[in-house]
Design a protein around this ligand. Structure first.
Ligand code: AFP
Length: 341
């Protein structure tokens, strides 16, 4: 990369400019989506700053039970949730919010209501905060079905009905990856400008990858197809090289690497957790949407992930997502099991 040329680049494609460009393709558009997105971006910037300060705050003793004013310090995931809920409600463009942090869905008051439903995990991977591992925010966006009083049915829709999905990764840089259903684009926060700049246009996942990503500590409880697949990754019988294992345990970071380098990310069902661990609405759906938009696939062990119809807002599902050919292999193994029964 030519860093010097980069430093002097003058035509910057910010995320706002990018979304407004997209919007101009639809003359009937009222700009509601751009406004909603600008509020999500604000939430991401806030959380990015808070995550960056987390280690320092601890070091200088601000993060105990109470802060200097004697007020109770909020945990970062609780704080992030509050920031996103307030930003989304104040956008005036949302009607239902489903957050990983809140047991119940939030119905926005009629005076502030818009047409979008946002499902999100404000700080996914938060158990990794204290050791400085990359964590992130994941979100998906639906539109209310018709002109009616919003109900939970408006969010209990298959992932394929999402209008947009994305994540923001708080890592060595802060990267926002977004799809509005026409490919996937990545933006990196320039801290000096406070703007997300298009750095990864039109991301396409390699058709086949060299990495598998799974919590192998659960192997004892896996079902046959998952066990066979991972065995194949390690001991391929077709003369190909074994795949490398990479597992961070923070979905945004594991999926981001999978998207850029190719390969497969698995969180399968096991005997202890028959539905896996990851949540359908704000983990499985947004990441599956991005994978498909980048040319990959996402599969639950039974069906295309985006065809799933959730029955509960915090429902879980097994998930296998990544490069097209790698997911084909796991689909074949599950298919063979069904035929053998
Ligand atoms: P936390 O938010 O509790 O850290 O969980 C993270 C997560 O939901 C997801 O980001 C990871 O992919 C997955 O759990 C890791 O789960 P295991 O620790 O069971 O491997």
């Amino acid at each position: 990369m030519d860093h010097e040329a980069d430093a002097y680049r003058t035509d910057l494609m910010t995320i706002t400019r990018f979304v407004l460009n997209e919007q101009s393709k639809y003359p009937e558009s009222r700009g509601d989506f751009s406004i909603l997105l600008s509020h999500i971006v604000l939430g991401c910037k806030f959380v990015c700053t808070a995550v960056n300060k987390a280690g320092l705050a601890k070091l200088i003793g601000l993060a105990g039970e109470t802060n200097v004013q004697g007020e109770e310090q909020k945990k970062l995931d609780v704080l992030s949730n509050e920031v996103f809920v307030k930003a989304l409600v104040s956008s005036g463009r949302t009607c239902i919010l489903v957050s990983e942090e809140d047991e119940e869905a939030t119905f926005v008051a009629p005076s502030k209501r818009g047409r979008y439903c946002v499902v999100f995990d404000p700080l996914d991977g938060s158990s990794n905060i204290d050791c400085g591992v990359s964590i992130g925010t994941i979100f998906g966006i639906y539109m209310v079905k018709d002109d009616h009083e919003p109900t939970l049915d408006d969010v209990m829709q298959p992932g394929k009905n999402m209008l947009a999905a994305g994540y923001c990764m708080y890592g060595s840089s802060c990267t926002l990856v977004l799809s509005t259903g026409e490919g996937v684009n990545g933006f990196t926060l320039d801290p000096s400008l406070g703007e997300f700049i298009l750095t990864h246009p039109n991301i396409k996942i390699p058709k086949k990858g060299k990495i598998y990503s799974v919590n192998e500590g659960n192997a004892k409880n896996w079902d046959g197809p998952t066990a066979k697949y991972v065995e194949k990754c390690k001991f391929p019988k077709d003369g190909s090289s074994p795949k490398s294992l990479r597992y961070i345990g923070s979905m945004v970071a594991d999926v981001h690497r999978t998207l850029l380098y190719g390969g497969i990310f698995l969180y399968p069902a096991d005997k202890k957790s028959p539905n896996g661990k990851l949540r359908v609405l704000y983990e499985v759906f947004p990441m599956s949407f991005l994978m498909e938009q980048a040319g990959g696939q996402a599969f639950t062990g039974k069906q295309r992930a985006l065809d799933l119809i959730p029955e509960k807002i915090h429902e879980r599902s097994p998930i296998f997502l990544g490069s097209y050919d790698d997911v084909e292999e796991i689909k074949a193994l599950y298919g063979a099991e069904v035929k053998g029964k």
